[in-house]
Every structure is written in C-alpha cells, then in structure tokens.
Write a protein that binds this ligand. Structure first.
Ligand code: NCD
Length: 359
C-alpha cells in the first residue's frame, strides 16, 4: 500500500506520472468523471484549511466519489481523547483513502503505521506538506514548460514553512536546480533540510537577506507567509512579520518570464498590485492543486494492491528509550509513539517522526 507522508515516498517516476496524469485530466476532464464513483475519501483536518481541504473535496467530487470527515477535530471523538492511530483504524472502515492535516508533527506517519487504507499527509505542523509540493511542481511545469534547470528563490518563513521543506526535497531529484534562500536569520531553513537534502543530493543553495540582490536571476520566486501560529514567542513574530513584501517595484527587477508562486493564504507579503502581473501564478496554482489531487487519488487507488508501488525502503530505525525527541510538537511527545530515530547525514540522530534533533 502506498501512503504519501513525505514527498520522497513517491519515486521520481511516480511523481512524474502524477504530474502528467494531472495534465491529462486538465485536457480531458470528461474522461475521468466517474472514475471514483462509489468510493469515499475521508478528510480529517485537525488544523484550519481552506484550499487543501476544499481542493481534496472538489477533486473527489470531480471524480464522482464522495467525501466525509471533519474540519474541526473538536466535533469528533478526538475531543474525548482518541489517538490518531485509533481514529484512522476507525475511519479506515468508512473510506478508501484518508487525507489528514495535523498541527502535531509526525502524526500522519504514526497513523500510517496502523492504517488499513492509504494516508495522505495534508500538512503536519511545520514539517511537511507533500500534496502542496505536487501542486507546486505542476504549476512550475505549466508556467515555465520545465522543472529541470530552474533557479528558485524561497522567500519568507523558511523555518516553519512546511511547503518549502517538502518542495526542496522534491526538487532535489530534478536536474540543475539552484536554490536561493531569502530569509532573516530567525526564519532560516532548518539544518536537516540543508544537510540531509541539499548537501546530500548536491543541490547548490545560497542564503541571502534581501530580495533585490537575487530577483534578476530567478525563474521562480516562491513567497511564503510568516507562520504566526508556530511562534512560541510573540515578540519574535512581531520582529520578523514584515520581513519581505513583494510589490511592483521589486517585480520590475525580475525576468520577463519569472513565475511567482505562493501556497496561500497571503497576509501582506504580496501586495495586491502584483496580482494583475501575468507572472503572478498563485491563483492558477490553487486550481492546479485540485487537478493534482485528482491525479493523486486515482494513482493511489491504482497502486493500492500493486507491490511495485509500495512504500520506499527507509533507513533502519534506531530504538532507544533513553533518548528523546527535542520537539514538543512531535507526535512522540504527544501520544505514545515509540522513541525511534534515524541517523542523519551529519551522523546525528534525528527523530523518526519529525526530524528534530535528539535531547
Ligand atoms: C500552506 C500550509 O497550510 O502550509 N497553505 C496551503 O496548504 N495552501 C501555507 C500557509 O499556511 O501559509
């Protein structure tokens, strides 16, 4: 069975198949209507969402299937203390696939260990967001005609922005990608992405502190919202919240065919004056999210019983009850997930569920 917890759970070939199927769905929507009839998708959202949840719902409806679930965990048995593992065991009796968003990092990975049906991670804390990655890849492909060879600038909250972490991982499998990280010191990309992804796969990256110095070289500018809800210290959020603002003056420095992406919602990091610029791709990106989720649902169904499309071989876990994950927002510090680790590229142990360093 195939779950999608992390973008690397898909091979490069499977990722490409999903992107091409999404393009075929766009070109021939009528061919896919009804392909999921009498099938059900459960959306379990423990954290707010507009685009992700509704695009999953709309995708399943376009395919002729049905959707059940909750958008506020307080209305479910979670409020009585039910664990994520018990919840997916139960919901797996009612639906053929589950899309789950959770504010706790690693919740979906832990849930997938017992789930009778495929789990799709629709965002776990500030960790990963693989279906946004598929959306982003399809958008880059459609806007520029290729993904290989791009220079992409990630701007804003690279520390808590889960969409950034997942997209960098996925891009590490394309050719000649160059990454520019545009963030203040407080919002820099986590070390595990720099070491275990960029350095391990040899993606060149450089860190800068202003947009202006790199605008002319970018093919894609990936803007992000500063993730207010993830800060433990409100003063720190206030210091960095207005770090980067994209306006028409800054757009004037960019290439004629650069694409501006943003997973949305935006707060004030892109002024509305940019919306009418043909390079502003973020609302087209939203629609791509529906098509790519249709393609994902179709493919996960097709791959469900095919041993060729199982989960990838992961590193062998290290179990050690004397060590603890240092992340209070990790599933292993919130439910009874085991103390399970993997060895990072730098030789250090990291949490199996959330990649945090060990304490
Ligand atoms: C993003 C998310 O939830 O991580 N939004 C989305 O899924 N489209 C980005 C964000 O919330 O800023």
């Amino acid at each position: 069975m195939k779950h999608l917890i992390d973008p690397m759970d898909l091979t490069k070939q499977e990722t490409d198949e999903i992107i091409s199927l999404a393009q075929d769905i766009i070109a021939h929507r009528e061919r896919y209507q009804g392909s999921m009839s009498h099938r059900k998708l459960a959306t379990l959202f423990y954290e707010p969402s507009t685009r992700t949840r509704l695009s999953f719902t709309s995708a399943m409806m376009e395919l002729g299937g049905n959707v059940l679930g909750f958008s506020d965990a307080r209305s479910s048995s979670v409020s009585k203390g039910e664990t994520v593992q018990d919840t997916v065991r139960v919901v797996g009796c009612f639906a053929e696939v589950i899309a789950m968003r959770h504010y706790i990092e690693g919740a979906q990975l832990y849930a997938s260990e017992v789930s009778p049906v495929p789990i799709i991670n629709a965002g776990d804390g500030s960790h990963s967001h693989p279906t946004q990655t598929l959306t982003d890849l399809l958008t880059i492909q459609r806007e520029l005609g290729h993904i290989d060879g791009i220079t992409i600038g990630f701007c804003g909250d690279l520390r808590f922005g889960r969409t950034v972490h997942s997209l960098i991982k996925a891009l590490s499998r394309y050719r000649d990608i160059r990454v520019v990280l545009i963030a203040p010191p407080e919002l820099k990309l986590p070390d595990y992405i720099k070491h275990d992804v960029c350095e391990r796969t040899g993606i060149p990256y450089r860190e800068v502190e202003t947009m202006e110095e790199v605008m002319p070289e970018l093919d894609v500018l990936y803007m992000t919202r500063v993730q207010k809800e993830r800060f433990l210290d409100e003063d720190e959020f206030d210091r960095v919240k207005d770090s980067f603002v994209l306006d028409t003056a800054r757009m004037a420095l960019a290439k004629k065919h650069m694409a501006v992406l943003h997973p949305l919602p935006r707060v004030n990091e892109i002024l509305t004056e940019v919306d009418s610029d043909p390079r502003a791709a973020y609302f087209r990106q939203v629609e791509n999210g529906k098509f790519v989720r249709e393609a994902l649902i179709v493919k996960l169904h097709e791959w469900k019983d095919d041993p060729e499309h199982g989960m990838p071989e992961h590193d062998t876990p290290v179990y050690d009850e004397t060590l603890h994950c240092g992340n209070l927002k990790c599933i292993c510090n919130n439910e009874q997930a085991p103390s399970k680790f993997r060895r990072g590229e730098d030789g250090r142990l990291r949490c199996w569920y959330c990649d945090a360093k060990v304490r």
